[in-house]
Design a protein around this ligand. Structure first.
Ligand code: FAD
Length: 291
């Protein structure tokens, strides 16, 4: 069953996003984290795809193992920028063989040190091209796409960004997962504008627990989301007074309040960027949904 079909059968859900640890020595700890978090009964778990396909093999192995060893329904992220169609086809075929039915279709970003041949094979330029490619290669596969409540950093403007979001969905996308955000009003406004633009598919908010100042500052510098000034000031003060543990405590309660408000407003579910952390995610999610 595709994730979108599962979504339609439950009242509300949480889903979890993991990234492949760089060093294989970290895998046993990573799988322990997965084991702990699988008790939260997520609707699905997704696994990221390193820039330019740098984690391709690891993404494939992890997404397959989360399914076969932990019984989780899984979704692999996949980026198309700088990729050959044959390689994309092979990745999709391997997913299908492993019983992974869903893909998050992304454009991705060119790595900073991308060699010239990278651009020579840019036949799929946008996530909408990848969605259409997947639809043709594996018509039964479910497709998620990315949405940006604060507008994608390269977009001409919010209106064009929404137009291209609609295109991705029209080309085969079944649902949207949003970029992380720290102000729920941004999400509510984004959904209202998307509906007005004719987008009627589920839009799942993406929420991240802040677990360290350094980590979150790096993440927002890469993705363009804004940390509200008052919240940043609170995090800095927590760090000054209680160090990393105090930052995590504040970050988790903030994300928990965000998730509670979103669920109370009737969102289909909440997608948690887990950062591969078990305790922070347990604290965020425990008891959020009736078991
Ligand atoms: P697109 O939808 O192609 O949009 C990119 C830009 O091009 C936007 O500004 C859009 O307005 C514009 N655009 C779109 N279509 C057109 C068109 N037809 N003509 C002109 N302009 C157009 N990155 C990774 O490398 N690996 C991951 O695993 C990963 N996971 C992610 C998960 C989520 C939930 C999100 C929100 C992002 C993730 N990313 C990941 C980051 C993502 O790859 C980047 O944000 C990237 O810059 C854009 O990807 P996209 O799929 O949104 O691109």
């Amino acid at each position: 069953m595709r994730i979108v079909d599962k979504m339609n059968r439950v009242k509300q859900f949480i889903s979890l996003e993991f990234f492949p640890p760089k060093d294989k020595k970290e895998w046993p700890t990573f799988f322990k984290t997965v084991d702990t978090l699988s008790q939260l009964n997520p609707l699905f778990a997704s696994v990221t795809y390193g820039a330019g396909g740098s984690t391709k093999g690891d993404t494939l192995e992890i997404v397959s193992r989360l399914k076969s060893e932990f019984g989780l329904d899984t979704m692999a992220h996949l980026t198309c920028i700088g990729s050959y169609r044959g390689d994309l086809q092979q990745f999709l075929d391997s997913l299908a063989q492993a019983g992974v039915n869903d893909v998050l279709a992304l454009r991705g970003d060119l790595p900073g040190d991308a060699p010239p041949e990278f651009s020579a094979c840019r036949t799929l330029l946008h996530a909408s091209d990848l969605a259409a490619f997947i639809k043709q290669a594996h018509p039964g596969m479910g497709i998620g796409v990315a949405g940006y409540p604060e507008t994608h950093p390269e977009a001409i403007d919010a209106e064009h960004d929404l137009r291209y979001l609609k295109l991705k969905l029209d080309q085969g996308g079944d649902f949207v997962i949003t970029q992380l955000f720290f102000d729920n009003e941004l999400y509510f406004d984004f959904v209202a504008k998307a509906r007005a633009a004719g987008i009627d598919k589920p839009i799942i908010p993406g929420i991240i627990p802040v677990v360290s100042l350094k980590v979150i500052q790096r993440i927002i510098s890469l993705c363009g989301a804004k940390l509200p000034a008052a919240y940043l000031a609170e995090l800095v003060e927590a760090d000054r007074q209680g160090g990393a543990a105090a930052v995590q405590q504040l970050g988790v309660s903030y994300a928990r309040r965000q998730a509670q408000e979103l669920l109370a407003a009737g969102v289909p579910g909440v997608h948690i960027y887990t950062l591969n952390r078990d305790q922070a995610v347990l604290d965020l999610v425990q008891g959020l949904l009736p078991s």
